[in-house]
Design a protein around this ligand. Structure first.
Ligand code: CA
Ligand code: CA
Length: 305
């Protein structure tokens, strides 16, 4: 069955009291229509971020109730397709991003997207690589959709793209999945605070793995697994992602902690997803050459409830 959720059904907080916008059974295909992260408030280059209503920033379409998803399960989301519309928005904002103190003038750039290419300036064109900025489930406390954490949320991770499988821990009955904040393209770090922001739609398949809620979101691509850890403090996120990767190698390969630590230094890449959201997101990449079985990874980092 294909279920469509229109963009007028959206949330600004992942919390314990969300009301479902739609229902799905495991195996269903669901299409989420999404606003851009400014909820369509920026239409031309004279529209600046400082002019918009901030209570409407980062809408996430949903939430979707998935039958049979209970606390302690993993919600499995296969990203089958991402379609982006033809207008992309880039912004520079005083005080925002890694170099916010150096921004002298707020600026908006509207980029035309044509033939899978973003026209940033007349002579600067970039191929699109559509990705999802916000993907998450209901959490035990209210967390704004602009913040990433254990439930997912504003992960701004370029690997959350077509073909990727996302594993999220289920906290509340039905999971209550919401998706928004598409980017036509984004580089690691998302250093200026935003990417090429765009509206569009996402097609996913949802499934449930009983009793395998991971402590942090996990991605699976063709060639690797990624553990996504977010914290206000980048060093803390780095340490936690590294600690988890070593723990996963140790228990999945049944080797000593020290061997796993040395092995991680050879094969695990520690990468930066974004450095600009209220919590920063770091990812540990474990190649499938070393570990192929997602259930071993999920078991090794099972959340305790
Ligand atoms: Ca974002
Ligand atoms: Ca964004």
């Amino acid at each position: 069955m294909v279920i469509r959720i229109t963009r007028d059904k959206h949330i600004f907080k992942f919390g314990p009291k969300l009301k479902p916008a739609a229902y799905a059974s495991p195996g269903d295909i669901v299409i989420f229509e999404t606003y851009d992260c400014f909820a369509g408030q920026i239409k031309k280059e004279t529209d600046l971020v400082t002019h918009i209503d901030f209570s409407r920033v980062n809408p996430a379409t949903g939430p979707l109730y998935v039958k049979n998803a209970e606390r302690g399960d993993a919600l499995v989301v296969d990203i089958l397709d991402i379609k982006v519309n033809d207008i992309g928005i880039c912004v520079a904002v005083k005080g925002a991003g890694v170099l916010g103190d150096k921004v002298k003038n707020d600026k908006t750039r509207i980029c035309k997207i044509e033939n899978k290419t973003i026209k940033f300036l007349e002579n600067i064109e970039i191929p699109i690589r559509p990705m999802i900025g916000v993907i998450g489930v209901a959490y035990d406390e209210e967390i704004p959709t602009g913040t990433p954490y254990k439930h997912g949320g504003n992960l701004d991770t370029k690997e959350i793209t077509i073909g990727t499988r996302v594993f999220l821990p289920v906290f509340r009955e039905g999971g209550l999945l919401a998706i928004g904040d598409l980017h036509a393209v984004q580089a690691d770090g998302e250093i200026c605070v935003a990417a090429c922001e765009v509206s569009g739609e996402v097609m996913v398949k949802v499934q449930v793995l009983k009793g395998l809620a991971p402590e942090w979101p996990v991605l699976e691509t063709n060639d690797a697994f990624y553990i996504l850890v977010s914290d206000e403090n980048v060093e803390k996120a780095l340490r936690e992602a590294t600690d988890l990767a070593v723990k996963i190698l140790q228990s999945s390969l049944n080797i000593s902690w020290e061997d796993a630590y040395m092995l991680a230094s050879l094969v695990v890449d520690i990468q930066i997803s974004q450095l600009v959201d209220p919590k920063k997101t770091i990812r540990a990449r474990i190649p499938k050459q070393i570990l192929k079985d997602s259930s071993k990874i999920l078991s090794a980092m099972k959340a305790s409830f």
